[in-house]
Design a protein around this ligand. Sequence first.
Ligand code: SF4
Ligand code: SF4
Length: 124
Amino acid sequence: MKTDKFEFSCQTCGNCCAGDSGYVWLSEEEQLKISKFLDLPLNEFLKKYTKKINGRITLKELRKSENDYWCIFLDKRRKCKIYECRPLQCRNYPYWQNLLNDDELLKIHSTICKGMILNDKNIF
Ligand code: SF4
Ligand code: SF4
């Protein structure tokens, strides 16, 4: 993916997997893929690692402190325990359409993501 709004090279800081509470949505295909990766029956995987919000499946979070929620798959070194089969939403960050369409939101994320350098001339 490419945009003229920022340069990006992941620094594996783990900041996109922690911080404010949020959602990591899983498709049915991703649920199956991750449960297989963890060698768990699908129903056990769903019970242990996910929750349902408005009919959709998202990963659980662990509250580390006020306003610091970690994805359930983030380990102590801030690495993803399921990196090889992490969901598309994680793979696509920070090239999310809502960020690409919103410069103010992009600026906020550039303070979170250590791998993102804004091209100031293309940000309004
Ligand atoms: S699944 Fe992995 S990459 Fe995605 S938010 Fe959780 S820890 Fe981060
Ligand atoms: S916040 Fe940015 S640099 Fe850090 S792990 Fe996530 S994508 Fe990579």
